[in-house]
Design a protein around this ligand. Structure first.
Ligand code: FES
Length: 142
């Protein structure tokens, strides 16, 4: 009988998740809760830190060999959506050439995440701006 009774905290979490899904895509929620590629690198080939219009910042670190991005990490002090955008941008660039990466846009992140709210579009812009600055830093070092 006890197996039928749900923990009140699980019920509350289900409730919150349902509410979140009316605002954010499943992928955005997933990456906000369990972000990918979070971290800093000691000796990256390209790196940048950018502060967004909202005051949040993002850092991106790239390992690049023969113009191909082999690894990417990000760090942010931003909101959950910023974590989702950082996860998306680092996933989108891994294994890609610099030329391909420079064709990405905030829309690439929005599409990857399955949509963003109007209020969070600037989070995707911050991720792309930081990526481009990290690539520029690599190109200027060459
Ligand atoms: Fe500003 Fe996410 S709320 S970057």
């Amino acid at each position: 009988m006890t197996g039928d009774i749900k923990d009140p905290f699980d019920l509350l979490e289900d409730e919150i998740n349902k509410e979140m899904e009316t605002i954010y895509s499943r992928k955005t929620i997933e990456y906000a809760k369990n972000p990918l590629n979070v971290g800093r690198m000691n000796d990256p080939d390209g790196a940048a830190a950018v502060k967004g219009l909202c005051g949040d910042s993002m850092e991106i670190y790239l390992v690049i060999k023969d113009k191909i991005i082999l690894d990417a990490k990000f760090f942010t002090d931003g909101c959950g959506v910023t974590y989702a955008c950082g996860s998306a941008v680092t996933e989108l660039v891994k294994g890609k050439t610099i030329d391909t990466v420079l064709t990405l846009s905030p829309k690439s992140i929005i599409d990857f995440l399955g949509g963003l709210t109007e209020e969070n579009i600037h989070c995707s812009l911050l991720a792309i701006n930081t990526l481009f600055k990290a690539v520029a830093e690599y190109l200027l070092k060459k």
